[in-house]
Design a protein around this ligand. Structure first.
Ligand SMILES: Cc1cc2nc3c(=O)[nH]c(=O)nc-3n(C[C@H](O)[C@H](O)[C@H](O)COP(=O)(O)OP(=O)(O)OC[C@H]3O[C@@H](n4cnc5c(N)ncnc54)[C@H](O)[C@@H]3O)c2cc1C
Length: 422
């Protein structure tokens, strides 16, 4: 298919975020939209995600975005005819100490105010939902029945099909190589297969979004970090509708996968990837297994689910994902360029966010304004200081390590200081 020479909106990146944005631009706004992907759809971070879909955050707007994702994943297959693998298995969050328990009691109240039915369970009630789990150390657990899991590649392909059905054009194996600019505005996108004039650009290039943004002079402060999980062989007694589990005090998460368990975690000593440009030739690629580094999660997971002691590992996934200095993703209108919008830096919850992020980003690109109060994820929360790669790397690694930390009031980050002093 030959590339058109112009389009109203060009979306860069064919992962879950780009496909969702293109889908919503075409479906809700009837936009003339083109999506450009340098390799094949899903070939960046999306294809190797574990597929846990949680909804509850401390921000009402972000919870609304995540809830929208679930509502979309539930019914997308009916529209497109392509399955998403959505399973509303519910999520158990485990508490092993009183501080965590207080956090869950607060979360349950917050959830109710967002219209979500989060319940608090005794250890035995939690065990009855996941009998393979050891619960001697638990104070209790929270239960959110509407959380679930899905197949990241299938959702993305389904969104891409939906986008095409609503008129979007998707081109694979086309790399964006630069921008023709005038007075801080993008006039055309340069690609490996020719230039395309456009009115607006949406940068959904995942871990490449920083370097794609830099070609238009904008700063997208994210850092690729290596993230690992394993998938085990079948485990006797594990039900196919077992809930997902988050065990934050042991820094781990679990999900049922074809009769086995998929589990991973957020270690306090994460391994960052390159601080240079991410190589373009990274289609469907992974890093080598790093069992030494993963051992800390393995030991914790075995204590929680002793059956793991005697089951083999079918596969380890060690893939890159973009993380940010405050653990929130990066969305919205780039302050340095009037017609570039960004959706990147999803901190390992891009599958959970994908549907909703595409919905709000499409509206943002059309109206020039966020449809909700999205300040916690707005790209304008960053300043000149966040152009410092070393600072972004250091703070991002600290934020990764605190992914499951209890949200105590007034806690401050420690890395990258002193930076601003009186
Ligand atoms: C091991 C692991 C487990 C995970 N588990 C979960 C999970 O359970 N739940 C969850 O919600 N999230 C999870 N995630 C996170 C999730 O995978 C990501 O947040 C999500 O896939 C990000 O999607 P994206 O569209 O932003 O990026 P990507 O999927 O990386 O898509 C960006 C695309 O842009 C393309 N691109 C880049 N540069 C250019 C260019 N110049 N021209 C054209 N195209 C370009 C790339 O080729 C790529 O396909 C996990 C991540 C990892 C690493």
């Amino acid at each position: 298919m030959t590339l058109p020479d112009r389009a109203q909106i060009i979306v860069i990146g064919g992962g879950i975020i780009g496909c969702s944005t293109a889908y919503h631009l075409a479906r809700d706004h009837k936009a003339d939209v083109i999506l450009l992907e340098q390799g094949q759809l899903t070939s960046g971070s999306t294809w190797h995600a574990a597929g846990l879909v949680g909804q509850l955050r401390s921000s009402a707007s972000i919870t609304k975005v995540l809830k929208y994702s679930v509502d979309l994943y539930k019914r997308l297959d009916q529209e497109t005819g392509l399955e998403t693998g959505w399973k509303m298995s519910g999520c158990l969050r485990l508490a092993t100490n009183q501080d965590r328990w207080i956090e869950y009691r607060r979360l349950a109240t917050t959830a109710q105010s967002f219209g979500m039915d989060m319940q608090l369970l005794s250890p035995q009630e939690a065990k009855s939902m996941f009998p393979l789990m050891q619960v001697d150390d638990l104070v209790g657990a929270s239960w959110l029945p509407t959380d679930g899991q899905a197949s990241p590649s299938d959702i993305t392909q389904s969104l891409a099909k939906g986008a095409r059905m609503h008129g979007a054009k998707i081109f694979e194996n086309v790399r964006v190589t630069g921008f023709e600019m005038k007075d801080g505005r993008i006039l055309a996108v340069k690609t490996s297969k020719g230039d395309i004039a456009c009115e607006k650009v949406v940068n959904c290039a995942g871990q490449w979004a920083r370097q794609v943004g830099a070609m238009a002079g904008i700063n997208v402060p994210l850092q690729p970090v290596k993230h690992q999980y394993v998938i085990t062989e079948k485990i006797d007694g594990l039900s196919s509708d077992a809930p997902t589990i988050r065990d934050p005090d042991r820094r781990t998460y679990f999900k049922e996968e074809v009769g086995g368990l998929c589990f991973g975690g957020y270690e306090p000593n994460p391994v960052g990837w390159t601080m240079d440009d991410v190589p373009h030739e990274w289609e469907f690629r992974l890093f080598d297994d790093d069992y030494d580094h993963f051992e800390q999660h393995m030991l914790q997971a075995i204590e929680r689910v002793p059956a793991l002691n005697s089951v083999g590992v079918k596969q380890m996934i060690n893939g890159p994902e973009s993380f940010t200095p405050d653990g929130n993703f990066i969305l919205g209108a780039a302050p340095e360029c009037v017609n570039m919008f960004v959706g990147a830096g999803f901190n390992a919850f891009g599958i959970a966010s994908g549907g909703g992020a595409g919905w709000v980003l499409a509206q943002w690109a059309i109206d020039g304004e966020a449809p909700l109060d999205l300040w916690v994820v707005d790209i304008r929360r960053f300043s000149e200081m966040h152009r410092d790669r070393q600072w972004v790397n250091d703070r991002t690694l600290e934020a990764y390590g605190k992914h499951y930390a209890i949200g105590f009031p007034h806690v401050e980050y420690e890395s990258g200081r002193p930076r601003i002093v009186s």
